[in-house]
Design a protein around this ligand. Structure first.
Ligand code: SUG
Length: 465
């Protein structure tokens, strides 16, 4: 791989080159100090299975940082999104707990441990659920549009939207270049889980094709819905995002996830499909009327569009969910081929090993596979693709980001030391009742906002403002 192709700090000489220099930056969420397993996500089989196990927040954060470090070292632009303040004392107060912050936590831990668990989740680490991003090249007003996800389906995740909006507005703070919308109304009809159900095809510099995948229609008659597990993304939400992002309807494709796939544990589209450039890698049971969906994508993306579709007899849906093969990242290599960043689980499962070996050997768009141990996140149903939010940024757009969020060797070392200093290496469900955890988290996050050169973004920082 050539340094010129992938160097992060290349400084193009002319303005024309600047605007033609759009590359996807992966913003990875850092698992927060309260990372734990509380079985909060119905229909997410890993999270349900691992409920009440002991977690290791420090290891979770270090595993995430190790992935970022390795990809940055390969020259892929890498940035970070900070964790959120947890436990969310404001949410507990809204539910009737009163007194000092410590009183609130002690009372919730005693009287409603399930509410304390929901308000303590570090789920904002899964940055693919933070927002839907439309590249400026796709938007009529030539700004990069961002809709923070309302995550309306689960209480513990809906708590993320307000801080996520503040964080994204702090990072993408230039109104001439970026438009950070409010989240959609927080109602089941507009359930929105962000980029986990959204894929952008095409070259970063040119108008792309935006592909929205929803689980159900909320209003009016129509498509079947899953019966066992929730369909988290509605078509109405996806359509609203396409409208507010000023996308070209001719370059926007909508598809429904198969209800039986959701009922088998495919709670987001990124558990069964991943796309980048002109390439889609998916399972044959990803979409309702899949051949029609692939035709629509081929027509919109153009003749270079390639889909590699894995058959059920090669890998069952259960094994796709178990290994998270499709929850992989596709990173561009020279020659329109890709590095697939997969969870380590794919290295030990016979069918996924065979599939990946074959795809690399036969010259498919997947040229190389890199796997990572992300087990702390995986036990809650979060693989490599869940942990990152793709943001296509031109040179000028990247320069407009003033926050110190782009990972380089200095930030990497600083974050590593910060994690070691502040994170516990064991967190049991009962530890959430310890009010000291709130103080530890706040200390850590206060320091992190300094490190990242961010303004006040957390409730505890804003309260005194
Ligand atoms: O929303 N897990 C998350 C995992 C999200 C993965 N993201 C993507 N596929 N993009 C969820 O289901 C579990 C938390 C707990 O049970 O403690 C959780 O919220």
């Amino acid at each position: 791989m050539s340094g010129a192709e992938h160097g992060t700090d290349a400084s193009p000489a002319t303005t024309a080159q600047h605007t033609a220099d759009t590359r996807v930056t992966n913003f990875d969420g850092i698992p927060g100090p309260t990372h734990n397993y509380s079985g909060l996500a119905h229909g997410n089989l890993a999270a349900e299975r691992n409920a009440q196990q002991d977690a290791n927040p420090r290891e979770a954060a270090l595993q995430g940082l190790a992935k970022m470090r390795a990809l940055a070292a390969r020259g892929f632009p890498q940035a970070i999104l900070p964790p959120q303040e947890r436990p969310d004392v404001g949410a507990l107060r809204a539910l009737g707990f009163d007194g000092t912050d410590h009183d609130v936590i002690v009372a919730a831990g005693r009287d409603a441990p399930e509410l304390l668990a929901a308000c303590s989740s570090a789920a904002s680490m899964w940055a693919a659920n933070a927002a839907t991003i439309s590249a400026s090249a796709d938007c009529a007003d030539a700004r990069l549009h961002i809709t923070p996800a309302n995550l309306a389906t689960h209480f513990h995740r809906s708590l993320e939207a307000a801080t996520t909006t503040r964080v994204l507005r702090a990072i993408f703070a230039d109104d001439a270049r970026f438009r950070v919308h409010d989240p959609l109304p927080t109602a089941p009809q507009f359930g929105d889980e962000g980029a986990a159900n959204h894929t952008r095809f095409g070259a970063p510099n040119d108008a792309g094709v935006e592909f929205f995948v929803y689980g159900r229609r909320a209003l009016g008659a129509g498509a079947a819905s899953p019966t066992r597990f929730p369909a988290r993304q509605t078509r109405e939400a996806s359509e609203a995002i396409a409208r507010r992002h000023t996308l070209d309807p001719a370059r926007t494709v909508f598809a429904q996830q198969r209800p039986d796939a959701i009922d088998s544990g495919v709670f987001h589209n990124d558990v069964i499909a991943v796309g980048e450039g002109t390439f889609l890698f998916c399972h044959e049971r990803a979409f309702v009327e899949q051949p029609r969906v692939l035709d629509a994508l081929a027509a919109a993306v153009g003749p270079a569009f390639t889909a590699v579709v894995i058959r059920d007899d090669e890998l069952s849906i259960a094994d796709a969910v178990g290994t998270y093969l499709f929850n992989s990242q596709l990173l561009p290599l020279p020659g329109d081929r890709f590095l697939l960043v997969a969870p380590e689980e794919c290295r030990v499962h016979r069918a996924t090993v065979q599939i990946l070996d074959r795809l690399v050997a036969e010259g498919s768009p997947i040229a190389e596979v890199l796997t990572f141990n992300l087990r702390q996140s995986m036990r809650n149903g979060g693989g490599p693709a869940c942990l990152r939010l793709r943001v296509p940024l031109s040179y000028d757009e990247r320069s407009a980001v003033r926050a110190n969020v782009f990972l380089d060797a200095v930030l990497d070392a600083t974050l590593g030391a910060w994690i070691e200093r502040h994170y516990r290496d064991r967190l049991a469900a009962t530890d959430l009742r310890d009010p000291a955890l709130l103080d530890e988290s706040r200390r850590a996050l206060d320091e992190l906002t300094q490190i990242l050169a961010l303004p006040s973004i957390y409730p505890f920082q804003l309260a005194g403002a």
